[in-house]
Every structure is written in C-alpha cells, then in structure tokens.
Design a protein around this ligand. Structure first.
Ligand code: ADP
Ligand code: ZN
Ligand code: ZN
Length: 675
C-alpha cells in the first residue's frame, strides 16, 4: 500500500485531472488532484493512480495534466499504480467525449471500452492466442490476386487517397449499390496505407455474419490483422488489446466496440454498412460507433469512410449538404446488372384463396431455380414478426407474465418464450383465460416457412439461419460455406441472410414479409425497411445467370417498397427526407429519450410526470424554449421484467444545452440520439 503523503508536500503548478472509478454518477466523472513533490514528473496521462475520494481511496486514470495557480486546496494523488501509462491519451479523450455526449459517467465509459482484464490485472499475462476459425482458414488460403479496379472504383480510391496522403481528417460517404465493389476499394486503400506505415480500423455490423468479408481481408493481409469477434474469452480479448496497443497488428476488424481499439497510428477508419443499427449500443453507454469514429478521425487527422448501398438519411444528408464528401458507385462490378425486382401483392393471394406464406409467383421462381440446379434465399423480416399464441374463442393472446409482449411460439420445443426476459412455458392445451381448446399459434416464423418449403419441395436441400440456429459462434459461417459449396438449394433466414453474402449460385431471392417492420413507432422504420429490402435483393444476380427478386407485401404502395423495386436510393431518400422535415426528425432535429421504470404502475406514471414538468420548468428557466419536452408516454415496451415504463422525449436543436437538466436519478435511463 502506498504511504500517505503530507499536504505540505504538494507542488504548486500542475493539476492532474483524474477519471475516478467511483460510480458517483457525476456527469463528467473527472476530478482535480494535486501532484505531490515526489511524484512530479512521474505522473503521466493514461496512468492508473490511487486518489482519495470522500472518505475512500479509489483507483482512477490520469486524464490530463494542466498548469494551475492554486492547487493547495486540492487533495494530492496518493500513489501511481503502474509506471507505464496503461491507456493511450487518445482513448481517454474519446471516453470523455462519449461520457459528455451520451451523459454517462466517464468511469462507466472506461469500464465499457477497455477489457476487464486489461483494467484489472497488474501483471500482463501473455496467453496463447486462439485464432478465429476464419483467420485460420484464411491463413491456409493461397494469397489472392489483386483485382484491377474499374474506373468508378479507381476514381473513388484516388479521391480518398489524396486526403489520406495529406493527413486531412475528411469524411467520405461511399454510396455504392450492392456488389459495386466497395470492399475492393477499401482493400486497395489499405494496401497503399500499410505500405506507408499507417494503420486502419474496419468496422462491420456483425463479425459472425460477415465471415466472407473478414476472410477477404485476412487473405489479403496475412498476419497483420486483429479480429475482435464476440467469441473471444476475456483473456484473449485482453491479449488482443495489448497486441494492438503495442502496434503488432495493422488492421483491426471488429464490431462497434472496435472503434475503441488502441491502434497507435490509425490513419483510416472504414465503417461498412454505416446505417446498421448494430452500430448503436443498446446498453450503457449507448454510443453510436460512427459518431465516435468521427471524433476519432478529427483528433488523429484520419480519414473516415462510411460505406453503404443504402446510407442512412442522416449520413446522406450530411454528405449532400454538409462537409462530408459523397462518392458514388452506381453500377455493379464486372458489368453485372442489378436483378429485376417483382412486387407480389399478397392481398391478391388471399383473394385467390391461396393461403401459403409463399405466393404462387415465388413458388414457381423457386421451382425454376431448383430445376436449373441454382439456389434460392428466402428472407423473413424478423422485426414485427412473431409466432404468437391466441385463443380463437376469446381472442386472448398469451403474454409474458413479466413483460408486455406476446410470448413467441417455438415449434421445435413446443414451448412459448419471452424474447425479452427468457421466461418460458409449455404450450397450453387449453386457453388459460376461457378454457377453450381452440388455442393455436398464429403468424409465420422461419420454422414455419422451412416446413412449408420442405413440404412444397421435398427433394430440395434446405438450410435455415436465425437466432435459434446461431447457438455457436461459427454457425452462420458453416451455413454460408455449405451454400457456397453448393451443398444446399434453399436458405431460409432472418436478418442474418440479408447482407454481405456474395453467392454466385443464388438466382431467386424471395422476401416473405416485406412490411412487418413498417409499423413500428420508430422514425427510422421506413429507412430500415428500404435498406433491408434493397440489401436482400442485392444477394441475387451475383453471376451472369438470370436472377430475380420477389418481394411479398400487403402495402405495395409504401415508398420503402416502391423504391426498393428499382433499387432507387435517391428516390427513397428524397421522399423520406420530406417526411423527416415535416415531423421534425433527424437530420432536422436531435432527440433524447429518458425512460423511467418502476414496479408500481401508478408510481411509474406519477414520477415520470413530475420529472417531465420539472424538465419543462428548467428548460424555460435556462431560456431554451425552442426545445420541446414530450410525454410522459408509455414506452413501446410498456412492461419489462416487471417494471412499468414511461418515456419523456426531448426534441430540438443542440440538445446538449439541456444536459444539466436531464433526469439522472434512480430508475431513469437516457438514450441520446436513439435509433
Ligand atoms: P460491395 O462491397 O460493394 O458489396 P464487393 O467489393 O464485395 O462489393 O464486390 C462484389 C463482387 O465483385 C465481389 O465478388 C468482388 O470480388 C467483385 N469485384 C469487385 N470489384 C471488382 C473488380 N474491379 N474486378 C473484378 N471483380 C470485382
Ligand atoms: Zn380463450
Ligand atoms: Zn418477459
């Protein structure tokens, strides 16, 4: 234990700002300490130190050292824990920005972005690294031949390369249709960059679902890649962190958290499919990786590339009107056409008394592909889709006893399950409400579609991919490999089959339920639907064989569906932007949602109302009358794990002005820039 240092030993001149691990709930989490004489010159930014906090002694990270006139009132640092700074100053700076913008204490941010073993273990344990299956396989692949970029790809690469060479922090939105060769552009840029000694960060929405993509990077840059996938153990995660920190990997590929990878010389940040909601963390701290990447790029003078076939309206707007640069790849590589899309109006199927979840047109398309020994992908939109259980006599839907959602029926288990709290129960034989025996499952799920496919096409080899199949980290990988090897004819899946797959054998793509995601109380539901449909459609036509896409819908007139029919991003964007303008949603305004939960229903509403009134009053006092306070209103998930939940929403420009007024007490949680 460090010896106590007398107050008189304190040097006047330098103040250390320390991010304390105190769980005090203060906004910044940063506190000033004096540096005692014997630690002058020893204390450095990024070091762990021990500091007095109230009556306790706590651990903290030195965030900054600043000259100051009067330090005598400050308590001194007690001891330095490690000689070498553990955290790079840049990472601390990012943590502070996250803490500030998302209104989370900085110690909580540090806990979330630095692996537990890195923070806790004083002695570094060098463990053997277990390589991911993908890297192992890629290691045994022959080195890939570099493709020659096509003129559009080359033009985009040159524009970005100028900024890279000048070390200018610029943001490029690379909008390229599915299969336009965006990844080849990234690979070419990375090759040049690595030759010049630079390093790069590549973010993908979900590592487990993009094995093909990761393998392409690994094959191109053998031995120089760190993959931060979710299957790493804590020890492996810490080992990778140190390997990256020591500069032993030049490219880090990972999901959203990889934006905090401690790369010493990051010059390029690539965010593929920037619109993906996987980049927003749904638990604390609720950060958005592309936003954090912007801050990182500014501070390191790095280049940020946001890539997408269907950019978010916010990102496209920023590229068209703001300081970001728009680069477009409007054609597929190798002269391949985008596949034609047919809209199937399911209301006509019902009128024709055709009751299968697969329309007649889709069935004949699948049959055609089968006959030609080609493959099909059937996509079910998971959002808004569930197989619930309802009584046909009294109409009561079986709900979770702890959450206000219907229980989901799993045919394979013959059980009902809550997808929010994991409660399960046996499928009831009689309606618990009225005793009727006419209780059955409604709606369609992947299992139901799989059954239908098997009974319609008994000779076909069928694979299914959804959350239930994803029991192991490599499950998706195995399914994709079997499709690629031609060992299956039909793949049925949810969101997991929608993106990234480049399978030349696929000539039919069917969207079973295009519109279920449209009816969410969420300002991005149209954008999400358009994006999904366009991405799924993009799985077809990856070879010179004729392909087709069929989209089944009950609302063919919806803009998200109309424009997906022609792969028309601009058309969708223009229409959607006007909706956002009219209803004041991003990019025209900012949002913060404060949610309050309490086990007592009346308490929940009363407390939330009191806070909304207090918030309005404070905002008036701060002369921020342009900021709207909406609610309280019941949350979409009104009851969750036995708590009743109400939301208060702030809407307006520059909401950060109201940061000090935001509710932060027990029961409250904040979501800044919800999506
Ligand atoms: P995106 O990232 O835009 O979806 P990819 O980079 O995955 O596109 O490219 C789609 C397909 O086209 C891949 O199979 C890729 O190998 C191929 N491709 C891309 N660019 C070229 C090129 N210049 N020459 C030959 N093939 C290319
Ligand atoms: Zn009943
Ligand atoms: Zn539940």
């Amino acid at each position: 234990m460090p010896a106590a240092i007398a107050e008189t030993d304190v040097a006047a001149g330098t103040v250390a700002q320390v991010a304390v691990e105190a769980r005090v709930g203060s906004l910044s989490g940063l506190f000033d300490y004096a540096i005692p004489h014997d630690l002058t010159g020893v204390v450095r930014v990024g070091q762990r130190v021990r500091v007095p906090f109230g009556k306790r002694s706590v651990m903290g990270f030195v965030y900054a050292l600043q000259p100051a006139a009067a330090v005598l009132e400050l308590k001194p640092i007690e001891a330095v824990i490690d000689q070498e700074p553990m955290l790079p100053a840049l990472l601390l700076e990012l943590a502070a920005l996250v803490a500030d913008h998302y209104v989370v204490p900085i110690d909580e941010v540090i806990r979330a972005i630095v692996p537990a073993r890195v923070r806790a273990v004083v002695k570094r344990t060098a463990r053997r690294r277990r390589q991911s299956r993908i890297l192992k396989q890629a290691g045994s692949l022959p080195p890939v031949a570099t493709v020659v970029l096509e003129p559009e790809q080359q033009a985009a690469r040159e524009r970005i390369d100028v900024a890279l060479r000048r070390q200018e922090s610029q943001v490029f939105l690379l909008h390229g249709v599915t299969g336009s060769g965006k990844t080849e552009v990234y690979l070419a840029l990375l090759e040049d960059l690595l030759e010049r000694g630079g390093q790069a960060l590549v973010l993908v929405p979900d590592i487990a679902l993009t094995p093909q993509t990761v393998a392409r990077y690994a094959a191109r840059f053998p031995g120089r890649i760190a993959v931060l996938h979710s299957a790493l153990t804590e020890a492996e995660r810490a080992a990778e962190w140190w390997r990256i920190r020591r500069g032993e990997a030049d490219i880090v590929i990972g999901p959203r958290a990889a934006v905090f990878a401690p790369l010493p010389r990051v010059r390029l940040i690539v965010i593929d499919e920037e619109e993906s909601s996987a980049y927003k963390q749904e638990r604390l701290p609720r950060y958005h990786a592309p936003t954090v990447a912007r801050w990182l790029a500014q501070r390191t003078r790095a280049v940020l590339i946001l890539g997408s076939a269907t950019p978010s309206v916010v990102a496209y707007h920023a590229a068209v009107t703001g300081t970001d640069h728009l680069l477009e790849l409007p054609h597929r590589a190798q002269g391949l056409p985008l596949p034609p899309v047919t809209i199937v109006d399911m209301r006509q199927e019902i009128a024709a008394e055709h009751r299968s979840p697969l329309s007649r047109a889709l069935q004949s398309a699948i049959a055609g592909s089968l006959a030609r020994h080609e493959q099909s992908i059937l996509f079910l939109n998971r959002r808004g889709l569930s197989t619930f259980v309802m009584c046909r006599d009294c109409g009561v839907v079986r709900e979770c006893p702890h959450c206000s959602v219907a229980l989901v029926y799993h045919a394979a288990l013959n059980r009902l399950q809550c997808h929010y709290c994991a409660t399960t129960e046996a499928m009831p034989r009689r309606c618990p409400a009225c005793g009727s025996r006419f209780i059955k499952s409604f709606g369609i799920g992947t299992e139901r579609v799989e059954q239908e496919v098997r009974s319609l096409f008994p000779a076909a080899r069928v694979l299914r991919l959804d959350r239930d199949v994803m029991r192991t980290a490599d499950a998706a990988d195995v399914v994709f490999e079997r499709m690629a090897a031609g060992e299956a004819d039909i793949l049925v899946g949810t969101q997991m089959v929608a993106k990234g797959l480049d399978l030349p054998g696929v000539t039919t793509v069917g969207v079973v339920n295009a519109d279920t995601g449209l009816h969410f109380p969420d300002y991005r539901s149209a954008e999400r639907t358009f994006s999904l449909l366009t991405q799924v459609a993009g799985r077809a036509g990856r070879s010179t064989r004729a392909s087709q896409v069929l989209i089944q819908t009950y609302t063919p007139e919806h803009p998200a569906i109309r424009h997906a029919r022609y792969h028309d991003y601009r058309g969708f964007y223009r229409e959607e932007l006007e909706v956002r303008r009219a209803y004041r949603f991003p990019p025209f305004t900012e949002l913060i949602v404060a949610t309050y939960g309490h086990r007592d229903q009346q308490r929940a509403e009363r407390d939330a109302r009191a806070m909304a009134e207090h918030l309005s009053a404070t905002i008036a006092l701060l002369k921020l009358g342009d900021i709207q306070v909406l609610g309280p209103s019941p949350a979409f998930l009104y009851r969750l794990k036995d708590e009743f939940r109400f939301e208060v929403t702030l809407k307006g420009a520059d909401l950060h002005r109201a940061a000090q007024a935001l509710p932060r007490g027990r029961g409250w949680s904040l979501d800044v820039d919800p999506m």
